[in-house]
Design a protein around this ligand. Structure first.
Ligand SMILES: Cc1cc2nc3c(=O)[nH]c(=O)nc-3n(C[C@H](O)[C@H](O)[C@H](O)COP(=O)(O)OP(=O)(O)OC[C@H]3O[C@@H](n4cnc5c(N)ncnc54)[C@H](O)[C@@H]3O)c2cc1C
Length: 417
């Protein structure tokens, strides 16, 4: 009889979760586990923790829904707070399980966790599954992928790749091993869960995606994606994608079905194109690994010096530059910011305030409801000119951006008054 653990990481769903499906097919007893990692709650060197309330609330909603789905199939979710190795060591002694299935996360800290578990004698079956494309179908070895996004995209398109076909949810889940499932301590938050209409969980993800397609919003995506106000100018798939409430493959499949029914257009193509950026930043991690996490990134130049006073002004939305302050206040209030505003505030921090890009990136990690290690790191490196972009940095002119995107001042008025 095989007793195994399924370690849910950023794949909090049952549908299109090949790793979970494999665990269900292979084990006789299976314990689904989620670990709230204590290190994410402690202050970093910058003086704030890694996960803020918006993401935490969304995560709790997601876990609650996942637990319900698991219970419907006769299983449950073992949800604990602690250090990963310590939690699994304890479980090993309780249920005699040293076999762990999980999704593969190709970022340094997450790889280190798996390495530590392996060194401690655990057998880990980790599976890459968070990209839209199947990594094995790419026309190049990941270590040799093109550095430049356009070349990457052209090779993908030439091969005719669109998405990897989603797999079904498991029909049944192996029974739980004999262990008491801890009761859940509710996370106390004053934040309204309705901010931004983001509610965590797999079903909520599917509801959101369905209404996005039913309302024909992909058709106008290319024209509206740089706007700043509302739920509809961009897809808002990101919070659910980041926690893995739905897979990128599932979304891309629905996009392909939509194109089949209603025709492809600039908008539908551009939505896929942006999802491809998400893959690109993921795959770069296979090529460059830890180098993406140095202050120099892939460049020869270190970050700017950190200045606490400047950082306080930027992060609290008190720079005196109205567009920046509006953006930083929106981020703090809602945990979300449009892609355009993310670019503008990041550029302002790096180029106008001469700030340390790593502090900016850490602030986003803390604040964002849709924090995704690959996309956050990749975009910050890109703007700072420390990634693979041959243009070497993307400074934005705030006056021009204000004219182009908030000429009438409505966005600033929303967040500054
Ligand atoms: C400095 C900076 C930090 C960022 N940090 C994150 C992050 O932590 N998590 C995150 O998901 N995105 C991040 N992004 C990318 C992008 O801003 C968000 O994915 C997007 O704004 C989410 O809103 P949406 O789902 O409506 O996007 P849409 O415009 O509707 O795009 C659809 C999907 O494509 C993907 N996507 C779109 N743009 C990008 C991009 N530039 N890079 C990677 N994927 C993209 C996302 O998965 C998104 O959900 C960051 C961008 C910048 C400039």
């Amino acid at each position: 009889m095989t007793t195994a653990i399924y370690w849910f990481r950023n794949d909090l769903r049952l549908e299109d979760n090949p790793s979970f499906l494999q665990a269900c097919k292979s084990a006789d007893h299976l314990l689904p586990v989620y670990i709230h990692q204590t290190n994410l709650e402690q202050d970093t060197a910058w003086g704030f923790p890694r996960m803020g309330e918006h993401r935490r609330v969304f995560l709790d909603q997601t876990l609650q829904e996942l637990r319900g789905q698991l219970r419907e199939l006769g299983s449950d979710l073992y949800e604990v707070t602690g250090d990963v190795l310590h939690v699994f060591e304890k479980l090993k002694s309780q249920i005699q399980a040293d076999l762990i299935y999980c999704e593969q996360i190709q970022a340094p800290e997450e790889l280190e966790q798996v390495a530590l578990l392996s060194a401690a004698g655990f057998k880990i079956h980790s599976r890459w599954q968070s990209s839209m494309l199947d990594a094995h179908s790419l026309p190049f070895a990941l270590e040799e992928m093109p550095d430049i996004f356009t070349q990457f995209r052209q090779q993908v398109e030439k091969r005719g790749l669109r998405f990897s076909v989603p797999v079904d949810s498991p029909k049944s889940i192996p029974s739980l091993p004999a262990i008491e499932i801890p009761s859940i301590k509710a996370f106390n938050s004053n934040i309204s869960s309705s901010i931004g209409n983001f509610f965590g969980g797999e079903q909520s993800a599917h509801m959101h995606i369905r209404q996005y397609f039913e309302r024909g919003l992909p058709d106008t995506y290319k024209q509206t994606r740089n706007e700043l106000i509302g739920m509809d100018y961009s897809s808002k798939f990101s919070p659910w994608l980041a926690q893995g409430c739905c897979s990128a493959g599932c979304i891309a499949k629905q996009l392909a079905d939509y194109e089949f029914c209603y025709g492809a257009n600039d908008g539908t193509y551009w939505l896929w194109f942006e999802l491809l950026w998400r893959d690109y930043f993921r795959f770069l991690h296979f090529k460059y690994g830890k180098r993406l996490y140095n202050s120099k990134g892939l460049s020869r130049v270190s970050s700017n010096q950190f200045d606490g006073e400047n950082f306080y002004q930027w992060s609290s939305g008190a720079t005196g530059e109205s567009l920046i302050d509006a953006g930083m206040r929106e981020l703090k209030k809602t945990g979300y910011l449009s892609n355009r505003m993310r670019q503008i505030v990041a550029s302002y921090w790096i180029y106008d305030m001469k700030g340390d890009w790593q502090a900016g990136s850490a602030w986003f990690e803390y604040q964002l409801i849709d924090y995704d290690v690959y996309s956050n790191q990749g975009n910050w490196l890109y703007i700072a000119g420390k990634g693979t972009d041959p243009r070497g940095g993307r400074p934005f002119n705030v006056a021009k951006q204000t004219q182009d995107y908030d000429r009438d001042g409505i966005y600033r008025q929303m967040w500054l008054t």
